[in-house]
Write a protein that binds this ligand. Structure first.
Ligand SMILES: Cc1cc2nc3c(=O)[nH]c(=O)nc-3n(C[C@H](O)[C@H](O)[C@H](O)COP(=O)(O)O)c2cc1C
Length: 304
């Protein structure tokens, strides 16, 4: 029997597959659709302190084999989220993590605190949303990112992941800053900033104009971030995220240095994809006579 167990700092995951934030709803909706037992954890849609209405439609568009989105983090605010979603998460067959977003370190800390009180098992700090209305991406700046992590760290004792951006000029500087500030792991990364135009109407494809480009075309970009960070900081736990749609993708991310892998856009076409990924990983372990998926982590063999 091959073990699919892995871990991120003190958190054990029964499989390396994580449901990526914003692509699995509040997780509750997914319970009737997919076998949640295939996931190590699932991250509910990002939540802010006050309700955010999000951007008007159209806010999602297919582009090539990927997707451009500018949802603008529509959410009910942390108090309403805690009242409506909070009571339902403990009954799910999967650890549910919360994702905090905000305009300042204090806001992130208050949201993290509210999510933990509502029962989430860990917090992802969404430092890297590419389509916020007033748009600074914290993750592009190591100092701003560290301030958010430090504020959240002093507000909650729950495990903390810092979700960083593939658009960072120097990903290692940001990883170093957030880990020093108290993050337990990093998520590398998020959607890449992108843009598209409908040439019939000459309007941008989505109302916000610039949005997040995700799906299989961004995989090499996310993998490069994971590889760079893992080479620089082999001890830092990494969640790889960006363009995963096959078991081979998951294995590639783990060989590059990820301890777990988040799957996002692929859910829209294949909501039950996690079961296929888990089966494919198990097949690979058997074929390569590996006892545990964790043996893959950082196993890339560099050219001499
Ligand atoms: C429609 C949509 C909504 C998203 N919403 C969020 C969000 O609220 N918070 C967040 O941290 N990431 C959000 N993401 C980013 C995903 O979690 C993921 O990081 C990104 O899409 C890259 O992975 P993928 O190529 O597997 O989709 C969203 C992505 C999509 C496509």
């Amino acid at each position: 029997m091959h073990s699919l167990e892995t871990s991120l700092a003190s958190v054990s995951l029964r499989t390396p597959i994580i449901g990526a934030c914003g692509t699995v709803g509040s997780v509750v909706e997914m319970a009737g659709v997919a076998d949640l037992g295939m996931y190590g954890a699932m991250v509910a849609k990002s939540v802010s302190l006050e309700p955010w209405p999000g951007r008007p439609a159209p806010r999602m568009a297919p582009v090539g084999t990927g997707m451009l989105n500018g949802i603008g983090i529509q959410n009910p605010g942390v108090a309403a989220w805690a009242d409506t979603v909070g009571p339902q998460i403990s009954g799910l067959n999967v650890p549910v993590w919360g994702s905090a977003v905000g305009g300042s370190p204090a806001e992130f800390a208050a949201v993290a605190s509210g999510l933990v009180s509502a029962g989430v098992g860990a917090i992802e700090l969404n430092l890297s949303c590419p389509n916020l209305e007033h748009g600074s991406i914290f993750a592009l700046d190591p100092v701003a990112s560290a301030a958010v992590v430090a504020a959240a760290r002093s507000a909650v004792s729950a495990p903390l992941g810092a979700k960083l951006s593939p658009d960072s000029e120097n990903i290692c500087a940001v990883v170093d800053a957030v880990m020093t500030a108290g993050a337990d792991w990093v998520v590398l990364g998020n959607a890449v900033r992108g843009f598209g135009i409908d040439i019939a109407t000459r309007r941008p494809l989505i109302t916000g104009g610039i949005g997040g480009y995700s799906g299989s075309p961004i995989k090499p970009i996310a993998l490069r971030s994971v590889f760079e960070a893992a080479q620089a900081f082999p001890e830092v736990p990494i969640v790889g995220c960006g363009g995963v749609s096959t078991a081979e993708d998951v294995i590639e991310f783990m060989l590059a240095g990820a301890s777990a892998v988040a799957v996002g856009t692929a859910h829209f076409a294949r909501p039950r994809i996690a079961a296929t990924l888990v089966k494919g990983i198990a097949r690979y372990l058997k074929k390569h006579r590996l006892e545990s998926v964790s043996e893959l982590i950082g196993g890339v063999q560099l050219w001499p």
